[in-house]
Design a binder for this molecule. Structure first.
Ligand code: FES
Ligand code: FES
Length: 159
């Protein structure tokens, strides 16, 4: 069965006919071609597929696409400005070595954004907690945490 849903994706109004069994990661990657969102485990264990739905970081591999009806969805593709300037969180990951192979990076960055949008002064423990569901196979956790902490000193991370 298919259902027509409407939602906001990275600031744009979207209307899309989705199969009821599709996950949000399937809709984004396979149907809409937004492959910035990665899929690793496909069962909620690695966080690679993290996107933001109504300000909350969610595992898009477990989230049914039909459930975004009427909601606001943010993916890694929506972070850079229209002029192409990277979002401060992305800049910080690049500058502080928070990216190695990059497979986990979109999920790490979206989890970080959900946290810092809500709590721009998040402390080390709060950052660790927010990223607890995101796994990095390159084991770059120290640099990843440093990258998120450094955003606090850059200012304007919501811009
Ligand atoms: S791909 Fe969704 S949590 Fe691993
Ligand atoms: S940078 Fe390679 S998985 Fe994290």
């Amino acid at each position: 069965m298919a259902t027509n849903i409407s939602f906001i994706l990275n600031g744009d109004e979207i209307s899309y006919e989705v199969k009821d069994h599709w996950t949000l990661s399937h809709l984004l990657r396979e149907e809409m071609g937004l492959i910035g969102t990665k899929e690793g485990c496909g069962n909620g264990e690695c966080g690679a597929c993290t996107v933001i739905v109504d300000k909350l970081a969610v595992n898009s591999c477990l989230y049914l696409a039909i459930e975004v009806e009427g909601k606001i969805v943010e993916t890694i593709e929506g972070l850079a400005s229209t002029s192409g300037a990277l979002h401060p969180i992305q800049q910080s990951f690049v500058k502080n070595g928070g990216i190695q192979c990059g497979f986990c990076s979109p999920g790490m960055i979206m989890s970080s954004k959900a946290l810092l949008d809500k709590n721009p002064d998040a402390n080390h423990e709060e950052i660790k907690h927010a990223l607890a569901g995101n796994i990095c196979r390159c084991t770059g956790y120290v640099q990843i945490l440093e990258s998120v902490e450094a955003v606090k000193n850059m200012g304007g991370q919501n811009e």
